[in-house]
Every structure is written in structure tokens, then in C-alpha cells.
Design a protein around this ligand. Structure first.
Ligand SMILES: Cc1ncc(C[n+]2csc(CCOP(=O)(O)OP(=O)(O)O)c2C)c(N)n1
Ligand SMILES: [Mg+2]
Length: 818
């Protein structure tokens, strides 16, 4: 049933003025008496201790990077270190009022936030809980490295564990929090709520939103903070994340009992600089970053500028904003001002700012001034300050010694990286509870309609049935999707026009009736944030199916597909799983920006599973496989195929659940003279070509459908080539850089002795995709296949080519780049 939010011309055409309410700037007023009463002396001292720890940790790294030694302990750290000296109060203030199940995601400059969040979690957890976390994490490897050192109690041991786990990660050691596969810019420790930190500027905005959606949709406690820099306000995905986080539907259309908008704070850690570009006055026009909130929703995103040089101002803001989020009135934007006294990285000569400016901030140094505030108000004595400093230095020295010891902290063998690229843990449901649905599956009108269709394209006499009566490729996709919705309570699907519209190309028709809003919803037109939030949703523990309508729109979600979905499982050393399926539809008839096949781009990126079914049987069986997996899948479909019936499986598409075995290509037709390998919709043109080869030239072609791009088992292809001695590969992807070249070269190396001719690759022309009327000049056609075989593989007696597929033409095209 369509939603009924009437857009009334009388209303929307009325003259009026927009009323934008004031945005608070640095409104916090300190009051020691109140603050001591509120937090108690112990928590205030802890906050100071945490700040000292971050300062010393970063100082140690700075010394290591710039002098090759810290307190005479020598070490050469090859990797990066983006330090946050100056920003300690921001990190600690942020975490003072966060609970363990509140998540923070961050940026390349997050050592301080990792330490602050983990240190704030330690006193919140009981001894046995801490012990359990440490014993279980990475099979106890991190704990083993520190447990033989002296400690006072479990909390003390946990601090050593956090310092070591973070530092060992920075130094790429096996017992680091992510076995050294994340490193300085990506380190995190999820059990204490420190979630992935991102080396892509602004990258955490949409991922954090996905985690907040996970919390809201699955009724989990806690909020999510996206810590991103001031310069990231220039990043498209950050804006997209803010738009997606502020959609009206959370409060207008979603079930009230869910609690409203996703609980997210976009916390801009505003140090007034990117690397060398100054956001205040040079690279931005907002003047005061908090202003941006006013552009997003009527509540200004509850935006505020907060004095990040005072940890208590930050803690106060977080506490107030948590209440707003708990009431479902998010999102929130914080402009938390601070200053990076250290350079962007240790090699930074600070040529973009004056010494005087740095001195001004050093004068106001937050660590020192907070210490002075505590001593002035008798929360701590000068001698206690000295003792705390000594304790911090001794712990960091110990962590350093342990982290650089080759015996205690070896590196993993590089080969082991291959074992964490994918999780490969098929899982029916990510959580065990009843999925929320609106009607029994059997009562679904689309299910009932499909039940009346023939599941094989031909009748008993071999006559093709009318399209309307045949179970189509899109029905296969629908069956897989609805099945998983009724199995996995965490499963959500979203994207543009996913709900009442029926999804792109009507694949989701019938889902709107079946699912509440929070499981199937329309997203803002924010491809980056659609995929990025899917990444966050998946790594937080749910299963997400997101959709990009046209393959060409992958460009808009490039970072989220290529850097985020693809890399987090391995960068976390398998700590995270990524049950995320991204559906992309390869277009046709819509010209250059809607009709390109980019499967080869996805094939190139390590960490992605890439699938491209060409039949209804595979559409269902492969999407079933993808949706039970825990790995990121880029699932290509073709708009040429949505209507097509099942031509190959004589038994038709099974009604029950089944999966296509991962990585196995399908032999669609057997033959002895030549192998034709296809990916996607080209299969059907290859069939036409094979028919003609048989009838006109007496050649039996074996056709293999390369439905899996990654992973891919070459056995069947090699066996086929050993039999036929010849192979032509064809797909709709542009020829240059096509994945087919990888297959051709691999087969050539695996079966060289059996080949009678070089493997021939036929792709689309290296042009823009032209108008529908000219498409046959662009995509490989039956005649191209036959002509290419004739020219490059096996001369066909009596054949007159109608297209030019010669080697000379290949060279000419390459020379002109077309
Ligand atoms: C997408 C992207 N573009 C550029 C960079 C290179 N880079 C690293 S940090 C940085 C500046 C980021 O500034 P800001 O977001 O304010 O964070 P800060 O470094 O100040 O903490 C740049 C340009 C990057 N890592 N990612
Ligand atoms: Mg900055």
C-alpha cells in the first residue's frame, strides 16, 4: 500500500520565510564545584590520566619516527603515524560519558580515540568480563604478550593490554589488535566500542551511520559516534551520510516503537586544518562548521560548536546529545574544536602555519590546563600528578619493549593474509529471533503469482512459452531475497526506489506488502552512503542487501565498494564479517552513462566476491548463496535478462531453496571443437553463434558460462580447453582491461600445451556505449564471435566476415586507444 504523505500545491506554493534557529557556539560554562559533584574526583583524575596516556603514547611515536628512539629504546617504524598531540582532551571528553556499547568510529588520526574509548570501557566492566574479553580476543594472543608483566589488578592488566594491542598493531605485529593487518590508520578494538578507523578522509561517516541503523533496526542499546576531521566536510560521502541519517521517514513512517532516527553523532574533530589546507578561512566557506547542520533539517542537526580543549565541555555535550538520540531525534552534529600541535605526520614541517599560532595553542594546552584545574580545585595534588606521569611513562615503555620484541611480537607470515580475505562462514541468520514480517509468505500476492508460472521456458514439445507465463530471472532474484528476509531477522534491503516503486526493474515487487519500513526502505540518492552504511550495518552484526540500480552508479560508491566493503574483513584480520550484498544492474539502451558493464573493475579488487548470473536458475541459486554468506558480494545482473525464462535447466527453477556451488562455471552446451567462455548476457549471443557454427560449418562449440568472476574454479575451463584446444572469451565489458583477459591468460598458462590457437578475447568496443539504435556496433554480437573465430582461432571454410576482427585491427585500435 502506498504511503500517503500528500504534497499539496496550495501548501508548498505559499510564500513564507524559513526560520533558522540559532546554533550554539561554545556555550559550556565550567563550574568546578558542580563538575566535582557530577563526576566525582576519581573520574576526573581518570580523565586526566587518560589524557596523559594519549599524550605520552603519541610523544613516544613521534620520538620513534623522528629520532628512531624513545627513552633510549631504539626502533625503526617504517609505517605511518598520524599523531594527535594537542587533541587529547577531545578524545577523552568524548568518551567520558560513553558506555561500552556506544561505538566510536574514527579517522587516520585515531590512536587517541582508541585509547580513550578502551580506557573508558575498562572501569565500566567487571573483572571477569575484562578477563573474558582478553582471553578470547585473537585466541588470547594479545593477552599472552602482556600477562607475564607485573600488574596490580585486572583493570591494570587491561590497560597494558590496550596499550600493547594498539602499539603492536601500529608496528604490524601478529598480536596487535588486528594482527598487524590494519596498522596505524585502521587499528580498533571492537569489544570496548572502538570501531574501525578509516584512512579514507570522511570514510567513517557513512559506515558509522550503518552501525547506528543496525542499532536502531535491531533494537540494540547505545549510540554511534563518527569522528571525522573538519576537512572531511568537503567529502561527498559525508554529506550523503548526513542526508541518509536525517530522512524524515525514521520518525514519520517507521514503527514508533523502534525509537526514531538512527542514534548517530557526526563529531567533526575540528583542528582547523586538513593536512596543509586551512579549513578556517581557506578551503571552506562555512566559517563555523556547526552552521552546516542548519542545511540538513529543521533541528539544525542539534548542531553545536563545542570547546574540545576542555574535556568537560565535550563530555557535557555528549551527555546532552545522547538524550536527544535516545528520544529518536537525531542525527546530531558536533563541531568539536581542538588543535593538532603535532604535524599532520612526523615529516610535516608545518610550513602552512606560523610558529606563533602553534605557540598560542601550546599556551592553552589542554593536558596542562586540565591538570592545573584539578590541582587548583584540590582534586589532585602536585605529587599525585608526578606519580601519574611516572606510571604512564612506565606503562608505555613496557608496551614499546614488548611490541618491538621479535620473540614476543613476531609478524604473521604474509601467506596468512590469504586466509582472512574472506570469512567463508555461511550463516542462515545473523541473530536468532523471529524476523519481523507483515504477512505469511504464502499470502504474498507476488509469491502466489509466481506459483502460477511455468518454471522452464519451453513446453513439453519444446515450444517457447509466452513471457507472461514464464518464471523469469527477476522472479529468481525475488525468491532468494524474500526467502532470506523470512529467515534472517537482521536482513534489511534498501536503496533508491526500493519500496513502493517495487525496486529497480520490479525485482522487489511484492516486498513492500511483506516487510515493515525498517527492513525495506527507500534511501536518499546517496550511492556512496547506501553502500557505506551497508558496510557499517554488516560489520556491526547484521545482513544488508543494498542496490545501485545501474552498474554505472558504482562510480558514486567507488570508495565504499573498493576500499570499505572489500577491505575491512582482512584489515581486521577476520575480526569483522561483512555480510553485504550489493546488487548492480548492467544496463542497456540508455547510452553511455547507463549501459556499461563494470564487472572487470570489481574483479580487480581483492576482497570482493563477484557474481554475474545469466539464467533464472542461477539468479536464484547464486543470490541464495550470496545472501547466506558473510562476505561482501558485488552481484551483477543484466537488464537484458530480467524477463528471460530458464532455457538450460530442463527441470526448471526449483521451488525450494538451493545454492549454486561457489566459483563453479556452468557448461551450458557441450562440444569438442572450440570453447566459448562468456560472462553475463553475452551467453545468449554465444548460443546463437554456436548454433550457426554447427549448422553452417559443422563446428561443435562448448559453451561455458563464467557466472562466478571471483572466486573462480578454473578446472572446468581448463578441462574444456584440453578437449577442444581452442577458446574464445566474450562479454559485454569493454575489451581493454576486461576480466576476460585474466581468464585468457590464466587458461593459456594452465593449458598451453593443449592450445592450437591463442585465446581470443572479444569485449565491447573501447568507446562510450552509444544510443540504443547503435548498440549492436558496440556490444559483441553473434557475427563478431564467428568472425573472430575465423580470423584468430580457426579459419572457417567459405566464411565471409562482416566485421573486422583481425590482429591488425586489434593493433590499430590499441594504438589509437579506442
Ligand atoms: C579521500 C582522501 N583524500 C585525501 C587523503 C589524504 N589526507 C590524509 S589526512 C588529510 C587531511 C584530513 O583533514 P581532516 O579531515 O581535517 O582530518 P585531520 O587530519 O585534521 O585530523 C588528507 C587530505 C585521504 N587520506 N583520503
Ligand atoms: Mg582537520
Amino acid at each position: 500500500m502506498p504511503k500517503s504523505i500528500v504534497v499539496d500545491p496550495k501548501e508548498v506554493r505559499k510564500p513564507a520565510e524559513l526560520d533558522i534557529s540559532a546554533v550554539p557556539v561554545n556555550q559550556y560554562v565550567g563550574d568546578a564545584k558542580r563538575e566535582i559533584a557530577q563526576y566525582g574526583k576519581e573520574r576526573l583524575v581518570r580523565a586526566y590520566y587518560d589524557m596523559l596516556t594519549i599524550r605520552e603514547f603519541e610523544t613516544m611515536l613521534n620520538d620513534i619516527k623522528t629520532k628512531g628512539a624513545y627513552r633510549e629504546i631504539e626502533y625503526n617504524h617504517k609505517g605511518p603515524a598520524h599523531l594527535s598531540i594537542g587533541q587529547e582532551s577531545t578524545a577523552v571528553g568524548l568518551c567520558m560519558n560513553l558506555e561500552t556499547d556506544d561505538f566510536i568510529f574514527g579517522s587516520h588520526r585515531s590512536h587517541g580515540e582508541i585509547l580513550a574509548k578502551c580506557y573508558s570501557a575498562i572501569p565500566r566492566l567487571k573483572g571477569p568480563q575484562l578477563e573474558k574479553v582478553m582471553k578470547e580476543y585473537l585466541g588470547g594472543d594479545t593477552l599472552r604478550a602482556v600477562e607475564n608483566q607485573k600488574y596490580d589488578n585486572i583493570a591494570d592488566l587491561a590497560e597494558n593490554f590496550v596499550l600493547y594491542g594498539t602499539l603492536a598493531e601500529i608496528f604490524a605485529r601478529k598480536a596487535g589488535f588486528n594482527r598487524g593487518l590494519g596498522g596505524s590508520m585502521h587499528a580498533f578494538f571492537a569489544p570496548f566500542g572502538s570501531m574501525p578507523n578509516n584512512a579514507i578522509v570522511g570514510g567513517s561517516a557513512d559506515i558509522a551511520l550503518g552501525a547506528a541503523l543496525f542499532k536502531r533496526i535491531n533494537r540494540k542499546p547505545g549510540i554511534v559516534v563518527a569522528n571525522i576531521g573538519d576537512a572531511s566536510m568537503g567529502c561527498g560521502p559525508v554529506w550523503e551520510a548526513m542526508m541518509l541519517s536525517a530522512m524524515d521517514q525514521y520518525r514519520k513512517l517507521w514503527d514508533k516503537d523502534l525509537g526514531g532516527a538512527p542514534p548517530i553523532i557526526f563529531n567533526f574533530i575540528n583542528n582547523f586544518y586538513g593536512m596543509g589546507g586551512q579549513t578556517a578561512g581557506e578551503t571552506m566557506g562555512y566559517r563555523i562548521l556547526a552552521r552546516v547542520g542548519a542545511g540538513v533539517n529543521p533541528e539544525n542537526m542539534h548542531a553545536e560548536r563545542v570547546d574540545g580543549y576542555n574535556p568537560l565541555a565535550v563530555a557535557d555535550a555528549i551527555e546532552r546529545k545522547k538524550k536527544i538520540l535516545a528520544e529518536g531525534r537525531g542525527p546530531v552534529l558536533l563541531d568539536t574544536i581542538t588543535y593538532r600541535i603535532s604535524g599532520h605526520s612526523p615529516s610535516d614541517a608545518s610550513s602552512y602555519r606560523t610558529k606563533e599560532e602553534i605557540a598560542l595553542w601550546e599556551e592553552a594546552d589542554s593536558v596542562r590546563t586540565f591538570g592545573e584545574y584539578l590541582t587548583a580545585n584540590k582534586v589532585i595534588s602536585a605529587s599525585e600528578v608526578g606519580a601519574l606521569q611516572e606510571r604512564v611513562i612506565s606503562k608505555i615503555t613496557q608496551a614499546l619493549k614488548l611490541a618491538i620484541s621479535p620473540e614476543i611480537s613476531p609478524r604473521i607470515n604474509g601467506e596468512q593474509i590469504g586466509t582472512v580475505m574472506f570469512s567463508n562462514t555461511p550463516t542462515d541468520r545473523m541473530e536468532d529471533r523471529k524476523p519481523e514480517v507483515l504477512l505469511p509468505l504464502a499470502e504474498n500476492p507476488r509469491v502466489q503469482q509466481i506459483a502460477r508460472k511455468a518454471r522452464y521456458a519451453f513446453d513439453e514439445k519444446g515450444v517457447e512459452l509466452p513471457k507472461m507465463k514464464v518464471y523469469a530471472y527477476r522472479d529468481g532474484l525475488f525468491e532468494a531475497v524474500i526467502h532470506r528476509f523470512y529467515e534472517d531477522p537482521t536482513m534489511v534491503a534498501y536503496g533508491e526506489e526500493n519500496r513502493d516503486w517495487g525496486g529497480a526493474f520490479a525485482v522487489y515487487r511484492g516486498l513492500t506488502e511483506a516487510l515493515p519500513y525498517h527492513r525495506l526502505f527507500n534511501a536518499s540518492i546517496s550511492e556512496g552512503a547506501i553502500v557505506g552504511s551497508g558496510v557499517g550495518y554488516a560489520l556491526a552484526g547484521g545482513r544488508a542487501l543494498v542496490e545501485l540500480m545501474y552498474c554505472d552508479f558504482m562510480g558514486r560508491a567507488g570508495d565504499e565498494i573498493f576500499n570499505q566493503a572489500a577491505k575491512w574483513q582482512s584489515m581486521s584480520a577476520g575480526v569483522l564479517k561483512m555480510p553485504l550484498v550489493v546488487r548492480v544492474s548492467v544496463g542497456s539502451k540508455y547510452g553511455a552513462q547507463h549501459s556499461q558493464d563494470w564487472s572487470s573493475l570489481a574483479a580487480h579488487i581483492p576482497g570482493l566476491k563477484v557474481m554475474f548470473p545469466a539464467t533464472p536458475y542461477d539468479a536464484k541459486g547464486m543470490l541464495n548463496l550470496a545472501l547466506r554468506g558473510t562476505d561482501p558480494v558485488i552481484f551483477f545482473e543484466s537488464q537484458r535478462l530480467y524477463d528471460i525464462g530458464e532455457y538450460f535447466e530442463k527441470g526448471g527453477v526449483p521451488e525450494g531453496y538451493y545454492e549454486v556451488p561457489e566459483g563453479e562455471p556452468a557448461v551450458r552446451r557441450e562440444g569438442k571443437d572450440l570453447t566459448i567462455f562468456t560472462v553475463g548476457a553475452t551467453l545468449y549471443r554465444a548460443i546463437e553463434a554456436a548454433d550457426e557454427l554447427a549448422t553452417r560449418y559443422g563446428i561443435e562449440a562448448e559453451i561455458i558460462d563464467g557466472r562466478f568472476i571471483n572466486p573462480l574454479n578454473y578446472d572446468k575451463i581448463v578441462a574444456s580447453v584440453k578437449k577442444t584446444g581452442r577458446i574464445l572469451l566474450a562479454s559485454d565489458a569493454c575489451e581493454r582491461g576486461s576480466f576476460l583477459h585474466t581468464v585468457a591468460s590464466t587458461v593459456s598458462q594452465l593449458a598451453f600445451d593443449y592450445l592450437d590457437a591463442p585465446a581470443a578475447v572479444l569485449g565491447s568496443r573501447n568507446w562510450i556505449t552509444p544510443a540504443a539504435e547503435m548498440e549492436d556496433d558496440f556490444f559483441p554480437q553473434k557475427d563478431w564471435i564467428i568472425d573472430a573465430i575465423n580470423e584468430r582461432i580457426l579459419p572457417l571454410s567459405g566464411h565471409t566476415p562482416t566485421t573486422v576482427q583481425t590482429g591488425g585491427e586489434m593493433s590499430r585500435r590499441a594504438r589509437f586507444g579506442v
